[in-house]
Design a protein around this ligand. Structure first.
Ligand code: GRF
Length: 210
């Protein structure tokens, strides 16, 4: 059977993208990486994808509306029969067009236990708020920032001597573990949605099958 095709969208260094590609090549994630797309031409992640033999595209968001930019991306994804889109440090909010074209088929990873600390600098927000535990979240993407239904989370302790850098590095290690795990789970079992709650189980009874 053909492996499901995933696309990975990045804007920067792409370490989560590398962890997904690693999981595919090690057989922990049964998928084919069809394409890596960046909105930033200088994103360091692009070369890492090319080194691993994955097609890359730069689709700049500059001088065009969000909708136009997203239409371009959606058409590239459709052309390659992509069934799941993984945002990995992709620094753009998606338009309703994009979200509805891949409804419940777009995942994102965020470095906090959502709904705490959405948006930029989640690790700094966690330290400044004084939480004793933070972590990371894989969630389904909707039109709102870091908002859709949660698929998987991992708790990471915040230590008294943590800086933004040390906490970010510790959370990132867990991001690299749960993102491939969550993608593998969603691809193998699909999921059922009840309001904001996701349940993975038997694929035949899942609403969302990929
Ligand atoms: C990660 O912390 C991810 O959770 C957030 O942006 C960062 C991207 O890092 N959305 P990388 O590009 O995957 O290294």
């Amino acid at each position: 059977m053909a492996r499901p095709k995933i696309a990975i969208l990045i804007s920067g260094r792409g370490s989560n993208m590398v962890s997904l590609l690693g999981a595919i090549s090690e057989g922990r994630l049964n998928a084919e990486a069809a394409v890596v797309i960046s909105n930033i031409g200088s994103a360091p992640g692009l070369a890492k994808a090319q080194d691993r033999g994955v097609e890359t595209l730069v689709i700049s968001h500059r001088q065009r509306s969000r909708e136009e930019h997203d239409r371009d991306i959606v058409s590239q994804l459709r052309r390659r029969n992509v069934s799941l889109v993984c945002l990995a440090g992709y620094m753009r909010l998606l338009s309703p067009h994009f979200v509805s074209a891949f409804e419940n088929r777009i995942l994102n990873i965020h470095p906090s236990l959502l709904p705490a600390f959405p948006g930029m600098d989640a690790q700094r927000q966690a330290i400044e708020h004084g939480v004793k535990f933070s972590g990371c979240t894989v969630h389904i993407v909707d039109e709102h920032l870091d908002h859709g239904p949660i698929v998987m989370q991992r708790v990471v302790e915040v230590f008294d001597d943590d800086t933004v850098e040390t906490l970010s590095a510790r959370i990132l290690e867990h991001e690299h573990l749960i993102y491939p795990e969550a993608v593998a789970l969603v691809l193998s079992k699909g999921f059922r949605l009840d309001g904001r709650r996701t349940f993975s189980g038997d694929k035949s009874s899942s609403q969302v099958k990929l």
